[in-house]
Design a protein around this ligand. Structure first.
Ligand code: MLT
Length: 395
């Protein structure tokens, strides 16, 4: 065959980060069937969906089996009822949205990756370390990527200081995956100011906003001027435990490029996406009701308590870490100057704990691992007990 392929794909690492970890863990489990492996790796929730959500899901599923209430293709951008619920959810933070600025989808990962398609060959600015989807999907498109180093000095929250005034597409994630660091209002104001001055676009990933308990913006649109230069991508996965159900949304303001960006995103979605299933949209709507949000926040409090348990054991051994407050992730410096993969292997082999190597999120993540608090309380307590022993031995 003499077909041309997109050679950009050949420049990617062979496996997506979480697929590689899953392979390694599978191989370890096959060889060590007697070991109880605990995952503090991928940020997948462990608590079941709330009753409010399940009731909506079940009743909407039954409707699909009844002639009068059966529904076929959903609207590509979401039913008005769910868009309206999202609009009201934003209103709690004094953000006004129009219904046609809300696009419901099957996952933030899809939208983050797909949005590259409607952007031309701009400079891409991405903090490092960060959720690997931003870099990988821009590499697939052959884009020119500028990484902004996150480190202990800047609290893993790079700022635009020193960045040349060039039209760019900038990815920001706050609360940050993987570091758990959260941009303050002042810092986001600086980013929006930079975007306006440099005529750039910010793609703001707020998938973890529901974990914010302190006084930080939940949405980039809380910042004045943001609607002219930012889109926001968020999800029901971490808010309401929808990792297995799949529902997310993107907010694409009509102010960007005089409405063109909103229009072509809609054009892209209408061509390549057929909407989210009716029962899932009804479940998402239920998650945003008062009772639904109460249940979501109870679950998030549970995960935040797990984070506190993990943080306590790290503190006991003077291990530098960030996150865990306002975020489900703890970003942990490897002891004894170990590399990320080295400590990953060490914990897997000696404590049967799965983590995520920091370097998998970018070069600036070398020397760190990420722990997630999404496990069950029992497993988190047991993981903390094992960590305590391991860290004692490594002193
Ligand atoms: C993570 O562990 O970083 C996330 O769960 C992955 C994702 O949201 O796709």
């Amino acid at each position: 065959m003499n077909m041309k392929i997109n050679e950009n794909f050949l420049k990617l690492s062979e496996n997506f980060l979480f697929s590689l970890i899953a392979k390694k863990v599978k191989a370890f489990k096959e060889k060590n069937t007697d070991k109880e492996v605990i995952s503090l790796g991928i940020g997948d929730v462990s608590l079941p969906l709330s009753k409010v959500v399940i009731d909506a899901l079940v009743s909407a599923s039954y409707e699909m089996g009844v002639k009068e209430t059966f529904r076929g293709y959903p609207p590509e951008f979401g039913y008005d009822f769910i868009k309206d619920s999202i609009r009201k959810y934003y209103k709690k933070n004094n953000v006004d949205l129009d219904l046609d600025e809300v696009f419901v989808c099957d996952g933030a990962k899809s939208d983050l990756g797909n949005m590259v398609e409607i952007l031309g060959d701009n400079r891409i600015v991405i903090p490092d370390p960060v959720y690997p989807v931003y870099v990988d999907s821009n590499m697939m498109a052959g884009r020119n990527i500028l990484l902004l180093e996150g480190n202990e000095d800047n609290g893993f929250l790079p700022m635009p200081d020193g960045l040349s005034l060039e039209e760019s597409v900038i990815y920001l994630c706050s609360p940050n995956n993987p570091t758990g660091a959260v941009y303050t209002r002042y810092q986001l104001e600086k980013w929006v100011e930079y975007a306006i001055k440099s005529r750039s676009l910010i793609i703001f990933d707020s998938a973890y906003e529901a974990f914010i308990r302190g006084d930080y913006p939940h949405s980039i649109f809380e910042i004045e001027g943001a609607k002219s230069c930012c889109v926001e991508i968020s999800s029901f996965s971490k808010l309401a435990g929808f990792t297995g159900l799949r529902c997310s949304y993107s907010i694409v303001p009509k102010e960007i490029l005089g409405g063109v960006f909103n229009k072509i995103w809609g054009r892209r979605q209408a061509t390549k996406f057929n909407g989210v299933a009716w029962p899932v949209q009804k479940a998402a709507e239920a998650a945003l009701t008062e009772a639904g949000l109460k249940a979501c926040h109870e679950n998030i409090d549970y995960y935040l308590e797990n984070a506190r348990i993990l943080s306590n054991v790290l503190k006991k051994h003077n291990i530098w870490h960030t996150g865990g407050f306002n975020s489900p992730y703890l970003w942990v410096k490897c002891p004894k100057n170990m590399g990320s993969w080295e400590f990953f292997d060490y914990l897997l082999e000696n404590a049967y704990i799965v983590t995520t190597p920091g370097v998998g999120f970018g070069e600036s993540g070398e020397g760190y691992v990420r722990l997630t608090s999404f496990s069950t309380k029992e497993n988190t307590i047991e993981a903390a007990r094992r960590l305590d022993i391991i860290l004692e031995n490594l002193r």
